[in-house]
Design a protein around this ligand. Structure first.
Ligand SMILES: [Zn+2]
Length: 257
């Protein structure tokens, strides 16, 4: 069967970015087993032929109504699929979905009937909000960056912008490339409505938010840029650990300079 990516270089490029990012997440140890999920709004690459494609799944309910997603299309990582597999075979470990006109249900249209991530309702709620705001952001990435998660096991870092200020102070690029810092969301059960609502609220102020003792949720123009923000923040956390291992308290050193 012909892939939806064939002869569509724009769409193929976006999906390939997801595959490249998925490989990085695995290499960094941030994507154990089927951990993490990525969704990208690909509506701008959809042509008339794609709009006419017959569904390859039954109609599935999103579980909520998202009025700004009418006529939208998304590439979504598949549920129970591994990032390391998606890196090599993005259309076997993810699929393209069409949001139906009721804005409350969807169908899979390509390439295979791979069911989207179980976090689809929260990802789509975030995309709905981004469109409502006129945001240029098209991608959302959830992953488990080791050192940033470890920080949330320390109560001292959970206060508003405590972690942001610490991470910014480690290397100047962090402030330059993640000017909004890291939002913190107190622990909630994965996939819960409460977590989705808290995430949408926190993303009003931040591009990257941390789910306490779980992982980050980042948004940006594409999957690569969302990954970059997480990578830059986690690099700062690594520098903090390295500095602490060398001697004293790194933030004390900064204050006494
Ligand atoms: Zn997770």
């Amino acid at each position: 069967m012909k892939s939806i990516l064939e002869n569509r270089p724009g769409l193929a490029k976006e999906v390939n970015k997801v595959a490249e990012v998925a490989g990085y997440l695995w290499q960094k140890g941030w994507a154990e087993r089927n951990g993490g999920n990525i969704t990208v709004n690909i509506t701008e690459f959809v042509d008339e032929e794609i709009r006419q494609l017959a569904p390859i799944s039954e109609v599935k309910s999103i579980g909520t109504t998202l009025p700004h997603l009418k006529g939208c299309y998304f590439y979504c990582k598949g549920t129970n699929k591994r990032m390391r597999d998606l890196a090599r075979w993005p259309m076997e470990n993810g699929s393209v979905i069409r949001i139906l006109d009721d804005c409350a249900s969807y169908v899979i249209i390509a390439d295979q009937p791979v069911a989207p991530t179980s976090e689809l309702p929260s990802h789509l709620s975030v995309h709905n909000n981004l469109i409502a705001k006129g945001s240029p952001y098209k991608a959302s990435v959830h992953t488990h960056p080791i050192e940033l998660i470890a920080m949330t096991h320390c109560k001292a870092f959970l206060g508003k912008d405590v972690a942001s200020n610490l991470l910014w102070s480690m290397i100047p690029e962090t402030k330059a490339f993640c000017p909004l810092g890291l939002g913190i969301i107190p622990y909630e059960l994965p996939s819960s409505v409460k977590l989705a609502e808290a995430t949408i609220k926190e993303l009003e102020e931040y591009d990257v938010v941390m789910w306490e003792k779980h992982g980050v949720f980042a948004i940006d123009c594409d999957a690569m840029q969302a990954f970059d923000q997480i990578d830059v923040l986690n690099k700062s956390a690594l520098i903090y650990i390295a500095a602490k291992n060398m001697a004293s308290n790194p933030t004390e050193c900064l204050r006494n300079r």
